[in-house]
Design a protein around this ligand. Structure first.
Ligand SMILES: Cc1ncc(COP(=O)(O)O)c(C=O)c1O
Length: 410
């Protein structure tokens, strides 16, 4: 990959926080100067609303906003720009499907299948929908290594003709596991060709090349803020024919074709699902973040993070032996750089607090994934997560910090 020192220089937070060791990118990523500049460019040069004004700065804002949609389309290899809906985040993208399509197609005794490793964003909307519809909510388990306890041969026992929706994470935000989503989708569609597949790619799109056509998924959701972009902007990719058959989720300005006292007609996607003034600056900023990732190269980013992950697993296990419990796969294959761990006698919040005093940022808690913590008999855990601006030194600092934690809490 490009010189890591050069990459660090692109992120001004390191200038303002000398010695910062940021290992919490699964929560949100840092932002490069180019994205910050792009936000400022919108607010300084063409801060108008979009799709309405017939004057120059509004046309420029519209052009930049729609350019970002094209950038997202190309980034995930969607077939057409209308398949890209801008939302606030992954959570809103998944809720959009659950409220719109979910309530159209799921009825009593139907089934919704998800997994125990999901973030609450891809668990609770389906659980609530199943409850409301009187449907069966099926949760696929994982094995001790944090991999899905499902392969294409036993999927037949889980997916049936009554399964309306299969919702699963591409990458777990606790275990780091990369699920064989393409294989699972293909097998599920063989059992039930009408099944709707929803992929939560919040932890995948920032870290590896993702191709919606290759995956064969119907929907895919992710957040701009985890991939160097601004907060408040998310994406829902959806197959056009499905989006076009769905009823809107929010109603208001920007998403109507014609309104009379008698009735309202809605436009086709994406406008149908983007009610009200959207996050204009943030969408434009996301386009710039994609440019940064593409220039660096998604393959290179994935390969570099894999090396860092292998180094982190090895050194955590070597340094703390039986004291530490690392969740998820123990090799860097089939996983990303999200490493969650627990120490027998130390509370994750104490660990994160002591590391925080050393300017080392990690996460403590249940990481919005209580079912998977229950699965491993844990109430909480500590989590470090990597991105392209991390280096071996950051991991060494974490290990030194954890040694200090041991000394203090002994
Ligand atoms: C796997 C996964 N899904 C969904 C989300 C929710 O993302 P957001 O809070 O941006 O909606 C997260 C956030 O951590 C996540 O890791």
């Amino acid at each position: 990959m490009t010189d890591i020192r050069k990459i660090k220089r692109d992120f001004p937070v390191f200038i303002h926080n000398p010695g910062l060791v940021y290992l919490d990118s699964a929560a949100t990523s840092l932002k490069p100067q180019s994205v910050i500049d792009k936000l400022a460019e919108y607010y300084t040069k063409y801060p108008a609303n979009i799709h309405r004004g017939i004057y120059r700065i509004s046309e420029k804002a519209t052009e930049e906003y729609e350019k970002s949609r094209i950038a997202v389309m190309e980034f995930v290899n969607a077939r057409r720009f209308e398949e890209i809906i801008f939302t606030r985040n992954t959570t809103e993208s998944i809720n959009l499907i659950a409220y719109s399509l979910g309530r159209q197609i799921v009825g009593a005794d139907d089934e919704i299948v998800t997994t125990v490793m999901e973030h609450h964003s891809n668990f609770v909307p389906w659980q609530v929908l199943a409850d409301e519809a009187g449907a069966v909510f099926k949760v696929v388990d994982i094995n001790g290594d944090g991999c899905l306890d499902v392969n294409t041969s036993n999927l037949a026992g889980i997916i049936t003709k009554r399964t309306k929706i299969l919702a699963l994470a591409y990458v777990s935000n606790v275990l780091g596991t990369v699920n064989p989503v393409k294989k699972i989708i293909r097998a599920a569609k063989k059992i039930n060709p009408k099944i709707i597949t929803v992929v939560d790619a919040a932890q995948a799109v920032p870290h590896m090349p993702v191709d919606v056509r290759d995956l064969g998924c119907d929907f895919l959701a992710f957040s701009g803020h985890k991939m160097l972009g601004p907060t408040g902007i998310g994406v829902l990719y959806g197959r056009y024919d499905l989006l076009n058959s769905m009823f809107p989720f929010n109603f208001g300005g920007g998403m109507i074709k014609e309104v009379t006292i008698e009735k309202t007609e809605f436009p086709p996607p994406p406008a149908r699902f983007e009610a009200g003034t959207p996050a204009i600056a943030e969408a434009i900023g996301l386009g710039e973040a994609i440019k940064y990732l593409q220039t660096t190269g998604m393959d290179k980013i994935a390969a570099y993070e894999k090396k860092l992950t292998a180094y982190a697993i090895k050194h955590l296990i070597e340094s703390f032996g039986a004291d530490i419990r690392v969740l998820g796969p123990k090799t860097a294959d089939n996983r990303v750089g999200v490493l969650t761990f627990a120490f027998k006698n130390y509370h994750p919040h104490d660990i994160a607090h002591i590391l925080g005093e050393e300017n080392i940022c990690i996460r403590a808690g249940h990481h919005c994934a209580m079912p998977v913590h229950n699965r491993f008999g844990l109430a909480a855990s500590a989590r470090m997560s990597l991105y392209l601006y991390n280096d071996y030194y950051d991991i060494d600092k974490l290990i030194d910090g954890l040694k200090k934690v041991k000394k203090i809490l002994k």
